[in-house]
Write a protein that binds this ligand. Structure first.
Ligand SMILES: Cc1cc2nc3c(=O)[nH]c(=O)nc-3n(C[C@H](O)[C@H](O)[C@H](O)COP(=O)(O)OP(=O)(O)OC[C@H]3O[C@@H](n4cnc5c(N)ncnc54)[C@H](O)[C@@H]3O)c2cc1C
Length: 399
């Protein structure tokens, strides 16, 4: 099949309008707040402006108020939104809400879509996704899942502890992954539950202090303490949670790459502007060979990231799992985006370290991306195992 990485004029126009909206409405707010906002007022103001500009929720279907972009379309628009740390929040395409909307559209019942997806897509509520647990529970290895849900009259009772749950405090609902059969270490037996934010069994234990701060609502440690939910709270089928997690995680990895690619481009633009104006050793900074090398390497990393990302998006748009291509793209993008922001800081010298530019903030924000959505090592391990399995299949076919 021919690989088609293109998108139509409608997407190009939406990407152009998104870029304009981010430049005119979002960057001034980002600069005012140093890239970090925690106020619902600011979030709502940004989202109202995005609705007025006609760029809100580009990923959800028209039925839920969006533009219904496929993954390749999202790549073009999300990168423009990601040019500011607050662009994704304004467009309602920030993590974890955007991945949750994607999954709810794919697997929720019509009643669950009305109750959870509709208010999430309109920005009326936020959500979170609770998978990771403190050791010895689920992390890079989801099969280590320890949180349990047991059947009770009319529903389920969930017990367990989760941490690093982005946006959990104040979320309208949590999608919780809990074990409904088997033991920690078993590859199956997980179920996803929709837990309302006001459920008395759902407790916020603490805000975890982290290097990054721009993802709205921070990262939270949560406890499910005899948390009882009705039977209709099951998302998808019982015991199929790990399968559904792939529906969310593959595309969510790619949308993280798209948004952070926007920040990489912004960092490069800041560095290039500095290299063009700053004079030292009798020439422009940008005329010095080693600086030119950093500028060129940034361009190469940005272009290569975009290429790998689009290829994975095309596979996802064909309905494929795209496990290998999303792992490859995620690993490369997370590392390349870090390199671009780091080189941009270097080009700007002490100014790059200072709070006068947002580069230092960008550096802190992109570092954790090499850990969440699968650490680079987990992806490299999975990539190599698939290659070896393929080799074995080819060999056994020959013999
Ligand atoms: C900023 C941030 C936001 C997050 N948001 C959420 C969220 O909203 N919801 C949620 O459920 N989780 C969230 N997480 C958690 C994230 O998904 C986990 O951190 C990630 O899955 C890794 O798990 P872990 O931290 O337990 O690391 P561990 O599983 O303890 O892994 C530690 C290290 O082991 C190494 N490693 C892993 N696999 C291999 C391998 N196969 N071979 C060799 N070495 C390996 C890697 O270097 C890895 O960093 C977030 C994390 C961060 C940092």
């Amino acid at each position: 099949m021919a690989v088609d990485l293109s998108h139509g004029p409608d997407v190009a126009e939406l990407a152009r309008r998104t870029a304009e909206f981010v430049r005119d409405h979002v960057i001034p707010v980002e600069e005012e707040h140093g890239g970090v906002v925690s106020s619902d007022d600011v979030r709502e103001r940004l989202q109202r402006a995005a609705k007025e500009a006609g760029v809100f929720a580009p990923h959800v279907s028209a039925e839920f108020g969006g533009h219904g972009l496929d993954m390749r379309g999202r790549a073009a628009v999300f990168e423009e939104a990601g040019y500011s740390l607050l662009g994704p929040l304004a467009l309602n395409i920030a993590a974890p809400d955007e991945g949750n909307m994607h999954m709810l559209e794919a697997i929720a019942t019509p009643a669950q879509k009305e109750r959870y997806l509709r208010p999430l897509a309109s920005g009326e509520v936020r959500s979170c996704f609770a998978m990771t647990e403190p050791a010895p529970g689920a992390g890079s290895d989801p099969a280590a899942l320890t949180t349990r849900a047991e059947r009770v009259d009319g529903g389920w009772r969930i017990n367990g502890r989760k941490w690093f749950i982005t946006g959990a405090e104040g979320a309208g609902f949590t999608i919780c992954m809990a074990r409904t059969s088997g033991e920690p270490g078993d590859a199956g037996g997980a179920t996803m539950f929709l837990v309302d934010g006001d459920n008395p069994g759902l407790k916020v234990l603490r805000h975890i202090e982290t290097l990054d701060e721009s993802l709205y609502g921070g990262h939270i440690e949560l406890e499910f303490d005899d948390c009882v939910v009705p039977g209709e709270a099951v998302l998808g089928e019982v015991d199929q949670g790990f399968r559904y997690a792939q529906v969310r995680l593959g595309p969510a990895r790619m949308t993280h790459c798209m948004r952070w690619l926007g920040i990489a481009r912004r960092a490069q633009d800041i560095a290039v502007a500095r290299a063009a104006e700053r004079r030292l050793f009798g020439s422009r900074l940008g005329d010095l060979g080693m600086v030119q090398q950093m500028i060129a390497d940034n361009e190469i990393d940005i272009a290569a990231s975009r290429g790998l990302l689009l290829r994975a998006c095309w596979e996802l748009d064909q309905g494929e799992h795209a496990s290998q291509s999303t792992s490859i793209a995620k690993t490369f993008c997370a590392e390349a985006i870090w390199r671009v922001v780091d080189r941009s800081v270097q080009i700007c010298g002490s100014l790059g370290i200072s709070g006068d530019l947002l580069l230092g903030r960008f550096l802190r924000e992109v570092r954790p991306f090499r850990i969440y959505d699968g650490p680079s090592e987990t992806h490299r391990w999975a990539i190599a195992r698939r290659v070896l399995r393929h080799h074995e299949r080819v060999q056994s076919g020959r013999s």
